[in-house]
Design a protein around this ligand. Structure first.
Ligand SMILES: Cc1cc2nc3c(=O)[nH]c(=O)nc-3n(C[C@H](O)[C@H](O)[C@H](O)COP(=O)(O)OP(=O)(O)OC[C@H]3O[C@@H](n4cnc5c(N)ncnc54)[C@H](O)[C@@H]3O)c2cc1C
Length: 394
């Protein structure tokens, strides 16, 4: 803990996880100097606690930190295997340790103050923000606060699903995986009654890979459930688990909801990461939006402007996601069919850019045209009625 409170800074990062680490790295990349920074988080994130998979253009400054990248990925359904060529994009795997290390390096260069305590309420008087601890003591006074503490949406969504998963980092003594080929989604897994499930494989080399089982749906599994599902998926892949070692286990739960995440709760507080709406409701993908917003924040600070990024996703994408979530949840459309058609009827680059929230309205229309029209129309009408009901209730 720092000796004298409150600490006076220009920028306080409240929450020092994924979003904050990317901001710190971006401040370095933009050569921001002379900015007084504090990071408030009871946990100093280090090591491998998650693996980020995302797509982007090669040559970005994360490249040296990547564990692996692929220019082709497989999407597998019971009907067959599609090999998607991603050119000019590539699918990349970034483990958390180098990101947290990079953030620590930036913190040192910025001479940032690290406060290893939980933050409680924020008080924004329009000029400065006071960050208090849960007992109401002042910890920091800052010109701006970037708050990435996990939180629920402002209002419950009309559909509230979770992306939940378990992955095993599997090590083999002999060549077992094809390092040239990642599996983006493999829908041959038994499908849950409500929701959709898939497996995926991200090989680092021919003897080491992350094999993961994921569900999108309303409820979590128990511990034994995830293990059984992963064993089942390993069987489908033809892997002999008795010949492999589970080196690490990676669990996660990510919200998939049309409930609104408030990105600017007060004039000088900006929410980032999942708390700020960076998680795409229809897929749980978050990383690319966090990266984009971190770059915008650092670019603005370097230019002496307020660190306020553009919204993580355009409103029309959030609406499309609300409709898709509703269609999936109410059983208007099957999850496998939904993703199958998406990949079958669009070039892979368009799908990936759509999932990142960077497609144009014309491209969005093309994506919409590829979805099963009648059931989606039912979901659109249902969504409109749901919105109206929620508005009347408020
Ligand atoms: C295991 C896992 C794998 C994932 N893989 C992918 C992926 O492949 N691709 C993708 O796009 N997304 C992925 N995600 C989703 C998303 O990218 C990550 O969750 C990402 O870390 C979100 O960043 P964040 O900053 O919003 O939250 P976090 O990284 O969770 O950071 C929140 C921080 O807030 C701190 N905090 C909590 N309470 C307080 C408090 N009171 N005061 C101060 N600090 C506090 C926490 O200690 C934490 O450090 C994954 C998520 C998980 C859990």
């Amino acid at each position: 803990m720092h000796a004298s409170f409150p600490v006076d800074v220009d920028l306080a990062l409240v929450g020092g996880g994924g979003a904050a680490s990317l901001v710190l790295a971006a401040l370095d990349r933009h050569d921001v100097t002379g900015l007084r920074v504090a990071v408030v988080d009871p946990v100093h994130k280090r090591g491998q606690d998650r693996t980020w998979a995302f797509w982007g253009l090669p040559g970005e400054d994360l490249d040296p930190m990547l564990s692996a990248s692929w220019s082709q990925v497989d999407v597998v359904t019971p009907a067959g295997r599609r090999v998607l060529s991603l050119d000019p994009l590539r699918y990349a795997m970034l483990r958390s340790a180098p990101v947290y290390d990079r953030a620590a390096e930036a913190e040192r260069r910025l001479d940032a103050v690290r406060i290893s305590a939980p933050a409680g309420k924020l008080h924004d008087d329009g000029e400065r923000v006071t960050v208090r601890d849960p007992d109401g003591r002042d910890l920091v006074r800052a010109g701006w606060v970037l708050d990435s503490r996990p939180r629920r949406p402002k209002r419950p969504g009309r559909t509230s699903w979770l992306q939940h998963f378990r992955g095993w980092w599997l090590a083999a003594d002999r060549p077992t995986f094809d390092p040239q080929r990642a599996v983006l989604m493999d829908f041959r897994t038994p499908q849950p009654q409500r929701g959709v499930s898939f497996g995926y494989v991200l090989p680092v080399d021919d003897r080491f890979a992350l094999v993961e089982y994921t569900e999108f749906g309303p409820a979590l599994l128990d511990d034994a459930g995830y293990d059984a599902a992963l064993r089942g998926y390993a069987d489908l892949l033809g892997l002999d688990l008795t010949a492999l070692r589970v080196r690490e286990v990676e669990d996660g739960v990510i919200p998939m909801t049309d409930g609104p995440f408030e990105s600017r709760p007060s004039p000088r507080v900006v929410r980032l990461g999942t708390a700020g709406g960076a998680t795409r409701p229809s897929t749980g993908f978050t990383f690319s939006a966090m990266l984009r917003q971190a770059d915008q924040v650092a670019g603005a600070l370097a230019a002496g402007r307020p660190p306020v990024p553009a919204p993580a996703y355009p409103g029309r994408h959030l609406w499309m996601d609300a409709v898709a979530l509703r269609a999936l949840d109410r059983g208007h459309v099957g999850g496998v069919e939904f993703f199958e058609r998406l990949f079958d009827r669009n070039p892979p680059e368009r799908v990936l850019r759509f999932l990142d929230g960077v497609t144009s309205p014309a491209e969005d229309l093309a994506v919409m045209r590829s979805s099963p029209l009648l059931p989606m129309t039912g979901a659109v009408l249902g969504d409109a009625a749901g919105r109206l009901r929620a508005r009347l209730r408020r």
